[in-house]
Design a protein around this ligand. Sequence first.
Ligand SMILES: [Zn+2]
Length: 367
Amino acid sequence: MTIYLFKTRLRFFVWISVLFLFNTFIGESQESIQFKTVVIDAGHGGKDPGAIGKISKEKDIVLNVALKLGAYINEYMPDVKVVYTRQKDVFVPLNKRAEIANKSKADLFISIHANAISTPKIYGAETFVLGLHRTKENLEVAKLENSVIVLEEDYTTTYEGFDPNSAESYIIFELMQNIHIDQSIQMASLVQGQFKERVGRRDRGVKQAGFLVLRKASMPSVLVELGFLTNGTEEKFIASEKGQTYMASAIFRAVRDYKEEFDAKSKLEDITRQAQVVKEEKINYRIQVASSKKKIKEGTHIYKKFDEVWEFKDGERYKYTTECSSDYDVILKSLSQVRNKVSDAFIIAFKGDAKISLSEARGLQKQ
Ligand SMILES: [Zn+2]
């Protein structure tokens, strides 16, 4: 009875120590794994107006939405740092925008745009991730957004001969590896979900195309097209203060949800990793009670004698143990009881899943 109580207490202490280890680890690493920085990129600016509607210019609309989005994040997610690529009506080259995101080690890059097309009846919001366009329509959006590089000095050198208006140039997006594609699509879907469900916008979906502004960004990134300035009704909405507030708050909620999922996932990954470390490093003693060339069926032989039987393969042989403790004295106490049932039972040691000699285990524990 005393032994039993002692064992129970010890198990409890072992558990507490393991939990403590987990907590220490999570506590320490929380800083490094949380979603911390978002880069908000208002498209165009300065000499580049972007798409031009009847009553508005893309560069003004997207700047307003970008600033509103940043203000929401600052207010409701104070632990997230907001970095803008521009906060004024200035021209910023596409390469420079990704550079700002990379320098700030951002966790997410959101480029905000508005669309234009020759058919005025087309309207709706869409969000792009980087990739090869699947339709000609998507290629046209990328061409339109990329064509601003011709306003940059020496753009052929900067973009290594990329011709924004030639379809052949876009082949690079097929060969490119986009390691952040899953997270980018996740964010894009959250944005589109918000536009559709909460703002009642026409959902043109999550799409892929070759945007130069996303190409060099080394984090999950999306390019949001708020709507078409070539559609009268839609232009009125996204050019209005109310429309911009709605669109910015929709993107804000998508960022909030993305961060929540991001943080939860990182935490889970850390717990798994730490559990693995504890498992790999931990010294355990067990009592070997049988060894057999053939696997012993559960419910027979040794399984009848002990409630807890743990099997492992040692070379060609199957070996069977009972009891497990990281404390040698505890296992030594159990040994005399086990020997009442199996007289030649003996203690063996493990480091994680690997069997080691008793003396090595005792030596490691003394360190
Ligand atoms: Zn644009």
